[in-house]
Design a binder for this molecule. Structure first.
Ligand code: PLP
Length: 504
C-alpha cells in the first residue's frame, strides 16, 4: 500500500490564537484611531488589483504574510466608514459589541434556515426583533425576520402584497395572462430606488410604479396620491402597494403616514413603511411621533446596520400577518421537511434558504448599550445635526435646502452678493446663477473631501446640487463637526473668490 501523508485539516489552533490576538489588537487600535487614515480611499481604479497576484496560490501561505498584505495592500483601498469624519450616504457604525458578535457568528457558522438547524438562532431572532419593536413603540402584532438589507426586506413586502391579491400569481405567474389587471404601486418622488428595483424584480415593471409628488418639505402629498389612485382605477390599473418613508434618503423627510395609511385602507392597498434609516430614532421618547401612523402598516422595515451601531448587514423586516409572507414563500422539498410544531422556520418567510445568525450581533449591541445608551447616542447625533443646521442658517454665504428632522443636513454654499456680481457681469438669469452655484458646490465638496479629514456626498434637490452631511457614526463628535464646518466655510470662500465672474 502507498504511504500517504495525512491531509492537514483545520488551521493549527495555536496559530489561530496567535493571529486572532494579533487581529483583535489591530482592530482595537483601528477603532481607537480611525482618523489616522484618510476617510475616503485615495486609490485609483485598478490600484489594488495591480498589487495582487492574478492567480491563486498553490501552496499554503502564512497568516503573517496574509495579515501583512491586508495592512499594506487592502487597507489603503478602504474608505473608512468608521471614521468620525464620514458623513456620506448615511453614517454607520461597526461598534465593538457588533464586531465581537460578528466574530462569534462566523465561529458558530450556523445556517438558520429551519428552527432545528439551530433553535437559538431562530428564537434569538424572534426575541431580538421583538425587543427592537418594543423600543420603537410599535404594536405587538408586528412579527419580524432579519434580512441582509432594506432592499430585500422591501422586495419581500411587495411579494407579500402581491400574494395578498389572491390572483394565483404564485402558481401561474404573470406573463401572458389576460385575466390579470395591471398592478400599480405608489411611491413618492423621494422614495428609495430599492422599491422600484423590487417592482422590476417581481414583474410589476417600472411602469407599474407611480411616483407621487412631494410638498415643499419633500413629503408625499396625500391629495396627489388620492387623485393618482382615482385616475389609475379609472384607467384599469389595480392599486395594490404603497411605500411611505420615515426618513427619506436624500433629505430624511417624513411622509404623513397617518393620512396616507387612511387612503391605503380605503382602497385596500398594502401599506409598507420604510424606516430603514430614520425608524430607530423612535427609540427616543421625544422622537416617538415619527412613527405615528406606522401602527397601521402591513409591513415595516428598519435597518440596525444604518443607525443602530450594528455592522453591515442587518435589516429588520416586520409584517402584520406573517401568514401572507409564508403563503408567498413556503416551498418545502423533501430534504427540508420538519416535524416540530409551533416553531418558526425562517426559510418559509422569504427567498433565501441559507441565513446568517445576524440576531446574535444585534442582541449583543442592544445588551451592551441598553435602550438608554442607544437613545443617548442617537440623541447626540440629532443634536449635532441641528447644530450644523443652525450654523448654515446663520451664515449669509450658505443656505439650507431642506428641513432637518434627524441628523442629516442638506445645504449649499450660496455666497452673499452673488446675484449682484452676476448681474453686473450680465449673467443675472436664474439659470446662470444656478449653474454657477452647482459648479461652486461641486468644487467645494471635492475640496473638503480631498483633505482626507471628512467625506461628504452630494445629492440633487429640485434640480440643485446639494451637499448632504449625514451624521450617524458613533465616533462623530462636536470636534469633527466644528472642523467640517470650518473646512466648508473656508473652502467655499476661497473657491468663490477664485471663480468670481467679476469682482464686486
Ligand atoms: N430605504 C431607505 C430610506 C434608504 O435610505 C436606503 C439606503 O440608504 C434603503 C432603503 C436601502 O437600504 P439597503 O442598503 O439596506 O438596501
Amino acid at each position: 500500500m502507498d504511504q500517504h501523508e495525512p491531509i492537514t485539516g483545520e488551521m493549527d489552533m495555536d496559530e489561530f490564537r496567535q493571529s486572532g490576538h494579533q487581529l483583535v489588537e489591530w482592530i482595537a487600535d483601528y477603532l481607537e484611531h480611525p482618523e489616522r487614515y484618510p476617510v475616503q480611499s485615495r486609490s485609483r481604479p485598478g490600484d489594488i488589483r495591480a498589487q495582487l497576484p492574478a492567480a491563486p496560490p498553490d501552496k499554503p501561505e502564512s497568516m503573517a504574510a496574509i495579515i501583512s498584505d491586508f495592512e499594506q495592500i487592502i487597507v489603503p483601498g478602504i474608505t473608512h466608514w468608521n471614521h468620525p469624519g464620514f458623513f456620506s450616504y448615511f453614517g454607520i457604525t461597526g461598534s465593538g459589541p457588533g464586531i465581537l458578535g460578528e466574530l462569534l457568528i462566523a465561529a458558530l457558522n450556523v445556517n438558520g434556515m429551519l428552527w432545528r438547524t439551530s433553535p437559538a438562532s431562530t428564537e434569538l431572532e424572534e426575541m431580538t426583533l421583538d425587543w427592537l419593536r418594543q423600543m420603537m413603540g410599535l404594536p405587538a402584532h408586528f412579527q419580524g425576520i432579519i434580512t441582509d438589507t432594506a432592499s430585500i426586506s422591501s422586495m419581500l413586502a411587495i411579494a407579500a402584497a402581491r400574494e395578498a391579491l389572491n390572483l394565483d400569481i404564485r402558481r401561474q405567474g404573470m406573463a401572458g395572462r389576460v385575466d390579470l389587471p395591471r398592478l400599480r404601486m405608489y411611491v413618492s418622488d423621494q422614495t428609495h430606488s430599492s422599491i422600484e428595483k423590487g417592482a422590476i424584480t417581481l414583474g410589476i415593471g417600472q411602469e407599474g410604479v407611480r411616483k407621487i409628488q412631494t410638498d415643499d418639505d419633500f413629503r408625499m402629498k396625500p391629495e396627489a396620491l388620492r387623485v393618482a389612485i382615482q385616475e389609475d382605477m379609472a384607467a384599469g390599473w389595480r392599486p395594490f402597494f404603497l411605500t411611505a418613508t420615515v426618513g427619506t434618503t436624500a433629505t430624511t423627510s417624513i411622509d404623513p403616514v397617518t393620512e396616507i395609511g387612511a387612503i391605503c385602507r380605503e382602497h385596500n392597498i398594502w401599506l409598507h413603511v420604510d424606516g430603514a434609516y430614520g425608524g430607530v430614532a423612535a427609540i427616543l421618547p421625544e422622537m416617538r411621533a415619527i412613527l405615528d401612523g406606522a401602527e397601521q402598516a402591513d409591513s415595516f422595515v428598519v435597518n440596525p446596520h444604518k443607525w443602530l451601531f450594528t455592522p453591515v448587514d442587518c435589516s429588520a423586516f416586520y409584517v402584520r400577518d406573517p401568514e401572507i409572507l409564508k403563503r408567498a414563500f413556503t416551498l418545502i422539498p423533501d430534504y427540508l421537511k420538519r416535524s416540530e410544531e409551533g416553531v418558526t422556520n425562517y426559510m418559509d418567510w422569504g427567498v433565501q434558504l441559507g441565513r446568517r445568525f445576524r440576531a446574535l450581533k444585534l442582541w449583543m449591541v442592544i445588551r451592551h448599550f441598553g435602550r438608554d445608551g442607544l437613545a443617548e447616542r442617537i440623541r447626540e447625533h440629532i443634536r449635532l445635526g441641528q447644530l450644523v443646521a443652525k450654523w448654515v442658517d446663520a451664515d449669509p454665504d450658505f443656505e439650507r435646502l431642506a428641513p432637518t428632522p434627524f441628523s442629516t443636513v442638506c445645504f449649499r454654499a450660496c455666497p452673499q452678493g452673488l446675484a449682484t456680481r452676476l448681474r453686473s457681469a450680465e449673467l443675472a438669469e436664474t439659470e446662470q446663477i444656478e449653474a454657477y452655484l452647482d459648479q461652486l458646490n461641486g468644487e467645494l465638496i471635492e475640496a473638503v473631501n480631498a483633505t482626507g479629514e471628512v467625506f461628504l456626498s452630494p445629492t440633487r434637490l429640485r434640480g440643485r446640487f446639494t451637499i448632504r452631511m449625514a451624521i450617524g457614526n458613533i465616533r462623530s463628535d462636536e470636534t469633527i463637526i466644528n472642523r467640517t464646518w470650518e473646512l466648508l466655510t473656508q473652502s467655499a470662500r476661497q473657491i468663490d473668490a477664485r471663480r468670481q465672474p467679476v469682482a464686486e
